[in-house]
Ligand binder design. Structure first.
Ligand code: GLC
Length: 747
């Protein structure tokens, strides 16, 4: 036995050594050595070229600069990366140009693959509502597989901005309001995009964005200023970025906003002190579109030269589309305003990723038409999209009318502007393909596939998404009167939430609410589907129909996922990743607020917690909320002990019973409150969850283990500490309806 073991060890060592040796016996260079060998050959202008990213000539995702010498600059090594160039043919075409440069340094192709490429998945905020971490990772994995087959090396995702203001259109791109859930999802998405590691042909570089605190823009107005304590920055907005960095994310993207008076693109604190310093990040930072040059508009740089100097010295390595770097960095180095060492560090970081992606060994590795074609209609990808779409749907109200018993209805009325919608299911940051009209499943098709042959489907659009015409109402009312039940679709068009789509009113656009009132007035049972990229306000409808299903923007498989839920083939399990306000006047509203000196325990406490005199304190739907077709009952919390020391752990246990008539999934959520701290602490903080499946009548025990690391927070010195004292623990199916217990952390 020992001999065999020894033989295996020796063989392994030989294999390891040979892997490090070239055929001629010379030692294989490490990537760092290969980077340095290229760096040594580069002129200053060639180095600066690597720090320059241009948009391709075919599509744009920001304000374009006219540049008729784009291709010439690629050929002369003045461009390190391109964005918005996809497809094996086009990426090959531009890569061939780059290889005509003196040092033949290959281009990186970057793309916004936020929730799918060929197969469009639910928007990230919808996926967050699934609380299904493996499914979220799979979604990014599929996106990476498809887009890497289309010649792309780098996805500008995940967007990990915490957001507490649904007026901000980019809430659709993130994971909502909670740092704990947002951190787990950030990690899952990075792992999904980067797969088994950079260099695998189905892996792409991920990009944690927008660094940082972009989601805290004043008034929810995109690109607006952000001002907050460093403590809140570290406690609420940085954790998902830290999680992405710890997960090995290849790149970061800085953000448009100024943070505490400094544009994030020029923030040394964010990019060097925290990211490259404390977190030891070894990748590179790309600016957001034009954000280097926009520092002039911020009133922080007097011109593009100063902007390039400020951004580069602060740790922004690559300039997306502002042309500040390419036009000024070489002179700034010659004038001593930017050290060559700073340039070399940025270029090393960029070259290292190109080596890790294998682009120096084979620049056309990802530009493979056969592989692109093979990934073009992958049925497994469609199945993955439908799976997470079902899991992302949130049942907000149901008086028992759902699930639909298909044999019960002789006629089902389908009314509303989203019934036959195709592309409006894709949401913002998606891609249109010529076969979308057949490939995307509409609500109508989803219901058609589920109903019995005998059931008649009646359809009327009723109104448009966003105009004042009520001309379609009469037809819709007539259809409703001929139907046993109506499925009414309301919501936002795909471009009404997303970048530069902040809204002061988050109500249903156009005359949709009026249409709903007319349909509800028929007295027939109405099931409302809400198609949206953000929390909306639709209180009258919600209070006057028997069932409300939040279907977000579910992507290519939307209709089939919705059909499965409506007819009970899938019992909805989604939970809201953001609080839904009663009205815009409540914003910002979130679950993990501070107690204040006058905590309110009900709406009648008028002198408490800065209550409104004209509005409830509480959201329409709280964070973590979502119903099921069954009911889950929670036992009281049991604790393994009521106090513990820092070197110990405490178990927190509940029994959960499926007390209803349907098998189903429940997201059991664990919240903790630090009752007294050296700084005030939130009344609740999500510290754990389990998505469990229970057959009807089944009971299971759910156990969480808490240690001091779960109790840490940033004190007023920005130390990440825990403190002995009293804690409350809460467990439930949302952040409001919880069981409670207490324990003590002793010295
Ligand atoms: C946009 C967005 C950013 C995106 C980039 C490239 O302005 O802010 O998220 O990745 O430009 O499209």
């Amino acid at each position: 036995m020992k001999k065999n073991l020894l033989l295996i060890v020796v063989l392994a060592q030989c294999l390891f050594v040979s892997a490090q040796k070239l055929p001629d016996g010379k030692a294989r260079k490490t990537i760092d050595q290969r980077v340095d060998s290229v760096l040594k050959l580069m002129s200053l202008e060639e180095k600066v070229g690597q720090m320059n990213q241009y948009n391709g000539p075919w599509a744009a995702t920001g304000p374009l600069t006219n540049d008729n010498d784009l291709l010439g600059q690629i050929k002369s090594g003045k461009v390190g990366s391109m964005l918005n160039v996809t497809g094996a043919v086009r990426t090959k075409e531009l890569q061939e140009l780059a290889l005509q440069s003196r040092l033949k340094i290959p281009l990186l192709f970057g793309q916004d693959v936020i929730h799918g490429y060929r197969t469009i998945f639910p928007i990230p905020l919808a996926e967050a509502a699934s609380w299904d971490i493996p499914a979220i990772e799979r979604s990014a994995r599929v996106a990476a597989t498809e887009v890497s087959a289309a010649g792309v090396h780098w996805s500008f995702a995940p967007m990990v901005d915490i957001a507490r203001d649904p007026r901000w259109g980019r809430v659709m791109e993130g994971a909502g309001e909670d740092p704990y859930l947002g951190s787990l999802i950030a990690k899952a998405r990075v792992k999904g995009f980067q797969g088994r590691g950079l260099g695998q042909t189905d892996a792409v570089m991920a990009c944690a964005k927008h660094f940082a605190a972009y989601g805290a823009a004043v008034g929810g107005r995109d690109y607006n200023s952000v001002d907050m304590s460093l403590r809140q920055l570290h406690e609420v907005y940085l954790p998902p970025f830290k999680a992405a960095a710890e997960a090995g994310v290849a790149t970061f993207m800085n953000s448009f906003n100024d943070l505490n008076g400094i544009p994030a693109t020029a923030s040394t604190y964010l990019q060097r002190d925290i990211l490259k310093g404390q977190w030891k990040f070894k990748g590179f930072v790309v600016s957001d579109w034009g954000s280097v040059g926009e520092m002039i508009n911020h009133g922080y740089a007097k011109d593009n030269a100063e902007a390039a100097m400020q951004a580069t010295n602060a740790g922004s390595d690559m300039d997306m589309e502002s042309r500040s770097n390419i036009q000024h960095l070489a002179k700034l180095v010659k004038d001593g305003k930017v050290k060559m060492a700073v340039i070399d560090d940025a270029v090393r970081r960029i070259l290292k990723k190109k080596f890790e992606m294998g682009l120096f060994d084979d620049p056309f590795k990802y530009s493979n038409e056969a592989r692109e074609k093979a990934q073009w209609n992958n049925t497994d990808h469609l199945a993955a999209a439908k799976d997470i779409a079902k899991k992302s749907i949130v049942l907000l109200k149901n008086n028992g009318v759902l699930p639909l018993v298909k044999e019960k209805y002789k006629s089902i009325g389908l009314v509303g502007p989203f019934v036959t919608a195709k592309s409006d299911n894709l949401g913002f940051w998606s891609y249109d393909w010529p076969d979308d009209s057949t490939r995307i499943v509409s609500v109508f098709e989803g219901v058609l596939r589920k109903k019995t042959p005998e059931t008649k489907l009646l359809y009327a659009k009723g109104c448009n998404i966003n105009d004042t015409s009520t001309a379609g109402f009469a037809e819709a009312i007539a259809i409703a009167n001929q139907s046993d039940i109506i499925i009414l679709t309301v919501g936002e068009a795909r471009d009404m939430t997303g970048e530069a789509k902040s809204r002061s009113s988050i109500r249903l656009p156009g005359v949709q609410e009026e249409l709903a009132k007319a349909i509800i007035a028929t007295g027939k049972p109405v099931v409302v589907l809400v198609s949206a990229g953000r929390p909306l306000v639709f209180n009258w409808i919600a209070d006057n129909v028997p069932a409300v299903v939040y279907t977000w923007w579910l992507g290519t498989q939307a209709g089939d996922a919705i059909g499965d839920v409506l007819f009970g083939e899938y019992n909805p399990s989604g939970k809201l990743p953001m609080s839904f306000p009663l009205t815009e006047g409540q914003i910002p509203i979130y679950y993990n607020y501070y107690s204040t000196g006058r905590p309110a325990t009900s709406d009648s406490d008028r002198f408490y917690r800065s209550a409104y005199t004209d509005l409830s304190l509480y959201p329409k739907y709280p964070f973590g909320y979502g119903l099921s077709y069954t009911q889950f009952e929670y036992s009281d919390i049991r604790l393994s002990q009521t106090q513990f020391k820092p070197n110990e752990k405490i178990d927190v246990i509940v029994s959960v019973r499926n007390a209803g008539n349907y098998d189903g999934e429940e997201v059991v959520q664990l919240y903790v409150r630090d009752v007294t701290g050296s700084v005030v602490r939130p009344v609740k903080e999500l510290k754990g969850f389990r998505k469990i499946f229970l057959q009807k009548g089944e009971t299971t025990e759910v156990r969480f283990t808490i240690g001091v690391d779960d109790l840490r927070f940033y004190n007023d010195k920005l130390q990440y500490i825990y403190e002995p004292g009293e804690f409350r623990v809460f467990i439930g199916g949302n952040s409001r309806d919880v069981k409670e217990a207490g324990f003590t952390l002793i010295k």
